[in-house]
Design a protein around this ligand. Structure first.
Ligand code: PHE
Length: 327
């Protein structure tokens, strides 16, 4: 019987033997049952022998149980081990949100052109968002931007231009910076969301070093880097903080200028605003005898054009099916 216990190879097998040996109808129980037929004189010796046998079998059983249990655990650990270095084709790779990807591409260009990357708070005050940008209180141009106000007079910045002001107040010219960031306006339709992103640009230097020609050439080069072989045109426009100001168009990337729905049959797509910094802005930050150019663009607008996204709002619904297309 001892060998049988030691020969078992699994806990199951061992359990079978346990029932046969120690069970109610097992062989030991059978032997103990014989006790009643043994003559009284021999009873004690017989019982002692039986108990000894039972104890040694029990011991062998326990030892074997430990051995088999350990083996089983080891087997389980081996089979359940995860090889973290193993590549799985099932794993889903994430991706940058198309707006962030576009933002990165824009930033890459200007960093390569030696622009520093600056930032500022999203909760702004009237001075940085409007006043210092040549937008005094009650100036009609304030209506160009539908602002979210807080009860204490603070506001959510409506553009990244306040970062121009903050950077100029903190440093001395020359300045060569961009400010990518989140901005907010009370707008909601196919091409507007209350939260969106802009990249601002500002260059300030002595008057002989900054010209509209500089601004034109860098923006032309930038737009060709973003959209490929497009025509670029500058149209006179108005911003309170630049004079002269321009809006910049590229030839429509969908119809190549022939006219289509996206470009409202004009052949042109408006992509950014820019100009020569108004001297009133320099006055507000205490700069004297300098010149500068600035530009601002909407990142979502770029992403929409580059990826042919029809409804801007879909970018912010967090639908994984939309995002998966940009993996
Ligand atoms: N801040 C302007 C806007 O949000 C864009 C702009 C920036 C225009 C800098 C000119 C110069 O519309």
């Amino acid at each position: 019987m001892l060998e049988t216990i030691e020969d078992t190879n699994s806990l199951e097998e061992l359990e079978g033997i346990r029932v046969k040996l120690f069970g109610k109808k097992g062989s030991l129980a059978g032997e103990f049952a014989k006790l009643k037929d043994i003559p009284p004189k021999e009873k004690k010796a017989f019982a002692e022998g039986l108990n000894k046998k039972k104890a040694s079998l029990q011991k062998a059983f326990d030892t074997q149980y430990e051995i088999l249990k350990a083996r089983e655990i080891e087997k389980m650990l081996k089979s359940e081990a995860i090889d973290v270095s193993l590549y799985s084709s099932l794993s889903k790779k994430g991706a940058l949100h198309p707006v962030m990807e576009t933002m990165d591409k824009i930033i890459d260009y200007f960093v390569a052109m030696n622009f520093a990357v600056e930032s500022g708070p999203m909760v702004e005050d009237d001075f940085h968002n409007f006043e210092a940008l040549n937008l005094p209180k009650y100036h009609p141009a304030r209506d160009m931007q539908d602002t979210f106000y807080f009860k204490d007079g603070g506001l959510l910045r409506t553009h990244t231009s306040p970062v121009q002001i903050r950077t100029m107040l903190e440093t001395k010219p020359p300045i060569r910076m961009i400010a990518p960031g989140t901005v907010f306006r009370r707008d909601y339709d196919l091409t507007h969301t209350p939260m969106f992103h802009q990249v601002e640009g500002l260059v300030v230097d002595s008057k002989d070093k900054v010209s509209f020609a500089n601004l034109k050439s860098i923006l032309e080069d930038f737009l060709k880097y973003m959209f490929g072989d497009v025509e670029v045109r500058f149209r006179p426009s108005f911003f309170p903080f630049t004079e002269p100001s321009a809006e910049v168009d590229i030839s429509c990337i969908f119809c190549k200028g022939d006219g289509c729905r996206v470009c409202s049959h004009t052949g042109w797509l408006e992509v950014l605003g820019c100009g020569i910094v108004d001297q009133n802005v320099f006055k507000a930050v205490g700069y004297d005898d300098v010149s500068g150019y600035a530009f601002g663009l909407g990142v979502e607008r770029f992403a929409m054009l580059m990826h042919k996204i029809p409804d801007l709002r879909s970018l912010f619904e967090g639908d994984i099916r939309l995002l998966e297309q940009f993996r």
